[in-house]
Design a protein around this ligand. Structure first.
Ligand SMILES: [Zn+2]
Ligand SMILES: [Zn+2]
Length: 180
C-alpha cells in the first residue's frame, strides 16, 4: 500500500531512465511501467498481459491508482472491523466454553459427592441389618442351648435318682440276704 503511494508521488517528478532529458508522461494500467515520449516508438508487449500496454496519462494513472488505494484501504478497514468482531465473538465463545466446562466439572463433583453419600448410607443400612440379624440368630442359639441343656439336666437328675433308688433297693436285698 505504502509502495503504491510512494510510486504515485514519484510519477510526477521522475525523469526517464533511458532518456534522461525526458520526463515520464504515460504509464500502463496493467504493468504500471512508465514511458517518456521517446520510449513509445520502441515499446514491447505488456509484461502483465502479453499484449499491447494499456497506456494512459500519468494524471489519469495516478488518480486511478489513488482510487485503487482508497478502495483497498476501505476494504482493509472493513476486514479489520470484521476481524475485530470475529475475534470478539471468538473470545466470547471461548469464555462461554470455559464457564460451561467449569459448570460441568462442578456438576461431576456434586454427582460424585452425592453418589458417595448414597453408597455410604446404603452400606450403613446393610451393616445395621447385619447386626440385627446376628443378634436374632444369637438369641435363637442361646435359647436352643438353654432348652437343650435344661432338658439334659433334668434327664440326668431323673436318671440319677432312679439309679439311687435301685442302689438302695439292691442294698436292702443284700442286707436281707446277709441276715439269713
Ligand atoms: Zn524514455
Ligand atoms: Zn503494460
Amino acid at each position: 500500500m505504502q509502495e503504491y503511494r510512494a510510486n504515485a508521488n514519484k510519477i510526477k517528478v521522475r525523469l526517464c531512465d533511458k532518456h534522461e532529458d525526458q520526463p515520464y508522461n504515460v504509464g500502463c494500467r496493467d504493468c504500471l511501467s512508465l514511458c517518456c515520449v521517446n520510449c513509445l516508438s520502441g515499446l514491447k508487449n505488456c509484461t502483465s498481459t502479453g499484449v499491447s500496454h494499456q497506456l494512459c496519462s500519468l494524471e489519469e494513472l495516478s488518480s486511478e491508482l489513488k482510487q485503487d488505494i482508497d478502495a483497498l484501504t476501505s476494504k482493509l478497514g472493513n476486514k479489520e472491523g470484521e476481524w475485530a468482531s470475529l475475534s470478539k465473538a471468538a473470545s466470547m465463545l471461548l469464555s462461554d466454553f470455559i464457564s460451561e466446562t467449569e459448570r460441568f466439572v462442578h456438576c461431576l463433583h456434586k454427582t460424585k459427592d452425592e453418589q458417595i453419600k448414597e453408597l455410604t448410607s446404603r452400606y450403613e443400612n446393610l451393616e445395621a441389618e447385619f447386626v440385627k440379624q446376628r443378634q436374632a440368630i444369637q438369641a435363637k442359639i442361646s435359647q436352643f442351648i438353654e432348652a437343650d441343656v435344661n432338658e439334659d439336666c433334668s434327664n440326668f437328675f431323673i436318671e440319677r435318682s432312679r439309679i439311687a433308688a435301685k442302689l438302695r433297693q439292691n442294698h436292702q436285698v443284700c442286707t436281707f440276704v446277709n441276715a439269713l
